[in-house]
Structure formats: structure tokens, C-alpha cells
Design a protein around this ligand. Structure first.
Ligand SMILES: [Fe+2]
Length: 477
């Protein structure tokens, strides 16, 4: 591949073009123009992580490989500010100085003694714990701490040197205790572990969990007393495991299992529940209800389409990235062992979020991106889904405009779970601009109450979050 001209290869890759192509500038800019009126009854910031290759690739490049970049839109006292910064992971720094030996997932894994076998970009997930941002990577990597007010990278997080190995994207913060509950897995070995970090950033608990083979879990859930971990049938093929390459398939011989583990338990305390075979990228929430542990999530759908030759060597990547899923609920009875699973909606939707204050406890509402039947992954609307009535209410982005994963921003002194706003960055593919849209969560179908016009386009990307101003530690002078 190295002898092929870079331009030819990149021209097949839709995730380096249009609304996906990287931006070149790191900016900090205040006093942004606003259409409508920015409500003054909420205060905080929306953060969005995603891939933004620092230099255009010269070989095969997966969308998941791009250097991490976090975009932040700060809304305080009716004023709006924007900043964006690369996630300066250890591998990003090594790559920038020409020292990195590892590549992306379209190349064989590299075993060089560092914590990961591919370039760890921390480009996937973003959350707030102990007052600071933490950028996380889907292949399980080294968490990167960033200052929530400036987006400057602070350090690679090791929890005082106590982190045994890595942390996966979609590890969770418990709003009730301030704890960070995380999982770690390894691509080529049946290794899976769970840990708890205290609200003041100390590793408080860690345990290994036995697996029958290497797995690729993407998310986990927490409840008041448990963590829910996943053993899913999308795995690396036998040949990929031997060749140490990234090539995944759905193995029909494997079941879908959810493991319910007491939060302070050891791996042998895990209780596995079997369900109909499926894959799950993203959990919506989980909680306890009587004897049951209840989990809501987006259940992946095979799109059933043939590979599209237009994308040449990227046809397989494009096929997998055209995400399709439906909202489901799974119930696990801890006393009787009974299970139940139910589809709740037939809208194709993914990238779910909730009011983060309800993480791990009963929640009535989820907010999801709706996904049209297009070849690349785009979000054409945001749906508020009511789990009590199973009714969704959707805001559709204007023509040629596509959103990012939403986040729920609570109103100050909120009176109910949905008392607040739903925010998302919208990118206009015609005029190449982006805006933060602010929707009234109690009137989702209505026009945005405000749009904050950002100083540059924000490439479509991965996960976002909301942090209230008081949750962000002050920037150091
Ligand atoms: Fe994800």
C-alpha cells in the first residue's frame, strides 16, 4: 500500500472529505454571535471528541484512527465561547516528534511494550470526573486529562500510578458518588477487567473477569449496586487473532451475555445473563427495579446491504460505520434468573444520552441521534424518547445540516428530569459552517431556542458530554 499515491487512496475514503475532513486550527474565541436568545438559566459547556488527523494519511486510514480533537462550547451568563484542542495523548506526542512505531487499525498490531498495540488517540469519548475532562479511547487506552475550561492537555491519567493497564471509552461516572467506574479489555487476549476510582481520583477497586475468548465490548452500564459488563458475539476472526490484525465478524456460535457484577465484588462474583444474539455499541442507562436490573441500549441492526464498490478498499469500513440500531430494554432478575428483552421503537437511532444526573438510576427520557439510510454515518435529527410511553419526539436538522451526539444540559434549579436543554453541534455541509443548537428539552420538536455560530466548522465525530460550570475545576493561572 505504501507505494500507492496517497491522493488516490484518500479519494476513496469518504471520512476524510466533506463534513468529516479535519480542521487545521486550534482556536479560542469568545463573544460568539447567537441567533435567538441564549437562555441565562443554565450554565456550562458542551464538549465533543472526535477524529481530526493532524496530517493527511499516506496509507490506509480508518475513521477511528484520526488524532483526537475536543471542541468545547461554553455558555455562561448569556455569553458563548468556543475552543478546540488536540488530545495530546502520549502516542500523539510521539507521532508529532516522529518517534511513534505504531499505526492505525488497518495495519497489523505492534507489540512494542507500550500499553496499546495501535496508535492510542483517545479520540472517542469525553467525560468529566473530579473537575477535569477525561478523553477515552474505544480500543481501551491511556486516559488523557484535559483542563475543562481551556482544553489544554494536563497529563496521561494513571490514578497515581495505580492503573493496572488501560481504560475503555464509555466507562462511567456515578453522579451520586462522584466515582469513576471503568472497564478495560484487550484485543488479542481474553482479558477483561473492572475498576472503581474514587471521586478524588484514587484507584479504590480493581478486579479481573474471566472470558471464554478475546472480546470487543464497547460500553458498560452502572446501577446503584452493580456494574453491567458485556460479552458480545462481534469478535476478531480466527485469522485476525493469529495475524494480529483488525478484522471483526459476527460469530453465530457465540451468545450475547450481560454480566452483573457487584460494584465492590471480585470477578468471580459476576452473574451472567444470556440473551438473543446481538451487538450493542451504546448503552442508554441502567437501574435497579425490585429484584431486576434493567438496561436500555441501542441494539445493532445488520444493514443487509452489499458492499459499495465506490469506496474501493474502504467499502468494508464504510459498511460497518453506517450505524443502524433500535432502542431495546433488557431485564435481568437477580433472584430468579429470569430474563426479558423488548424492542421499544423502530426508529433507526443511536448515540444515546440521558440527563447525566440520572446515570445508574431510573430515567424516563433518552436523547438520541436519528440516522438516515445513507452510505456514511450522519445524524439528521435528535429524538427525545419517553420510556414510559415509548413515544419519540424528534427535532429535524435543516436540509444539508447534520448533528453530533447530543447532550442534556439541566436548567439551574431544575424541577424534573427533562427540565433543561438538549445541545448538539450542527454542521452545514453546503456553507461549511457549524453552530451549537440549543433545544428546549420539553419541546423537542420546536425550533431551537438559540443557535451559537462557531468560528469554524466542526467535523462530524464521536461522543459528547455536558458539564455544568460548577463541575469544572478552575484553570490554573
Ligand atoms: Fe462509542
Amino acid at each position: 500500500m505504501a507505494s500507492q499515491p496517497a491522493l488516490d487512496l484518500n479519494s476513496y475514503n469518504p471520512y476524510l472529505r466533506g463534513p468529516y475532513r479535519p480542521v487545521e486550527r486550534e482556536l479560542t474565541l469568545g463573544d460568539l454571535p447567537v441567533t435567538g436568545e441564549l437562555p441565562s438559566d443554565f450554565s456550562g459547556a458542551y464538549f465533543r471528541n472526535g477524529p481530526n488527523p493532524r496530517v493527511m494519511p499516506t496509507g490506509m486510514h480508518h475513521w477511528f484512527d484520526g488524532d483526537g480533537m475536543v471542541h468545547g462550547v461554553y455558555l455562561e451568563d448569556g455569553q458563548a465561547r468556543y475552543a478546540n484542542r488536540y488530545v495530546a495523548s502520549a502516542d500523539f506526542e510521539a507521532d508529532s516528534s516522529g518517534q511513534l512505531k505504531k499505526g492505525g487499525i488497518m495495519y497489523p498490531a505492534t507489540f512494542d511494550g507500550s500499553p496499546t498495540t495501535y496508535k492510542d488517540t483517545a479520540n472517542t469519548d469525553i467525560l468529566v470526573h473530579n473537575g477535569e475532562l477525561m478523553a477515552l479511547w474505544y480500543v481501551s487506552g491511556q486516559p488523557v486529562r484535559m483542563n475543562a475550561r481551556t482544553l489544554e492537555t494536563l497529563r496521561t491519567e494513571t490514578f497515581d500510578g495505580k492503573l493496572p493497564k488501560n481504560v475503555s471509552a464509555h466507562s462511567k461516572v456515578d453522579p451520586a458518588t462522584g466515582e469513576f467506574l471503568f472497564f478495560d479489555y484487550q484485543l488479542f487476549e481474553p482479558r477483561y477487567s473492572f475498576g472503581v476510582v474514587s471521586s478524588d481520583n484514587r484507584l479504590a477497586h480493581f478486579t479481573d473477569i474471566e472470558l471464554p475468548g478475546p472480546r470487543l465490548p464497547h460500553d458498560m452500564a452502572i446501577t446503584e449496586n452493580y456494574a453491567v459488563l458485556m460479552d458480545l458475539p462481534v469478535v476478531l476472526t480466527e485469522q485476525a487473532l493469529k495475524a494480529k490484525r483488525w478484522n471483526i465478524h459476527f460469530d453465530p456460535k457465540l451468545n450475547t451475555r450481560f454480566g452483573v457484577l457487584p460494584r465492590n465484588g471480585s470477578g468471580s462474583d459476576i452473574r451472567w445473563f444470556e440473551f438473543n444474539s446481538c451487538y450493542i455499541y451504546h448503552v442508554i442507562n441502567a437501574w435497579e427495579e425490585g429484584d431486576e436490573v434493567v438496561m436500555t441500549a441501542c441494539r445493532y441492526l445488520d444493514n443487509g446491504r452489499p458492499l459499495d464498490d465506490r469506496f474501493g478498499p474502504y467499502a468494508g469500513m464504510v459498511d460497518v460505520l453506517a450505524l443502524r440500531a433500535h432502542i431495546y430494554v433488557w431485564r435481568m432478575n437477580m433472584k430468579t434468573g429470569e430474563t426479558r428483552e423488548t424492542q421499544l421503537d423502530d426508529t433507526v437511532s443511536e448515540f444515546p444520552v440521558i440527563n447525566l444526573g440520572h446515570t445508574g438510576k431510573a430515567s424516563r427520557y433518552g436523547y438520541l441521534a436519528t440516522i438516515p439510510d445513507t452510505s456514511t454515518q450522519i445524524f439528521d435529527g435528535l429524538m427525545k424518547f419517553d420510556f414510559e410511553t415509548s413515544i419519540g419526539e424528534t427535532y429535524r436538522f435543516p436540509l444539508n445540516c447534520y448533528g453530533s451526539e447530543p447532550a442534556f444540559a439541566p436548567r439551574k434549579d431544575a424541577q424534573s428530569e427533562d427540565d433543561g436543554y438538549v445541545v448538539s453541534i450542527m454542521t452545514n455541509t453546503v456553507d461549511d459552517t457549524s453552530a451549537l443548537v440549543v433545544l428546549d428539552a420539553q419541546d423537542m420538536g420546536a425550533r431551537p431556542v438559540a443557535q451559537v455560530h462557531l468560528p469554524q466548522r466542526v467535523p462530524l465525530g464521536f461522543h459528547g458530554t455536558w458539564a455544568n460550570t460548577h463541575e469544572m475545576a478552575a484553570a490554573e493561572a
